[in-house]
Design a protein around this ligand. Sequence first.
Ligand SMILES: [Zn+2]
Length: 209
Amino acid sequence: MFLEPQSRGHRGGWIEVITGSMFSGKTEELIRRLRRTQFANQNLIIYKPKQDDRYSKDKVVSHDANFLESIVVGASAEILNVPRDIHVVGIDEAQFFDMDLPRVCEKLSLSGIRVIIAGLDMDFMGRPFGPIPELMAIAEYVTKVHAICPHCGNLATHSYRLSDETATVVLGEKDKYEPRCRVCYNMGKALDFRAQNGSKKTKKNEKKS
Ligand SMILES: [Zn+2]
């Protein structure tokens, strides 16, 4: 589990990235770290991109319905307008931001702010997603979290799209995606076919919670 580095007497800020597939607990981990900063009486602010409106326009909400208030911004440059007394900036669904986000995070950390970013490392095709790869490169701390592959029980690293839509961004939940390990992800539709034909997989767990 990630523990905060000792920052007493340390003037500079730093960048943390929490990344992984869908349903891997990225937002839960972001919320966990942000709540700890609240216990430490630090001032925090949370941003998320306009695109992500699955649950709420003004909250960062994890799949288990845990949430913190957040500010929705259209462009990463808007994040530079943080109030002066802020110690910690959280950014959720960062893969949807523009490619200026790494520069924005560098500026914030240089001004002494701890920046905690959560986002998908890969899109549904298994390609590096938006600004996340660069953020992983420049961050002091990178945490990869994993879901569980429902087909084999191994750690899931990929987000498999169940529908045939081909756009890179198709917002959805368990109706549209499932986490898969590398092997099951690469089996693609062959695995769907097997599942439809009498495996143990049921629809029971797929309803939104
Ligand atoms: Zn698997």
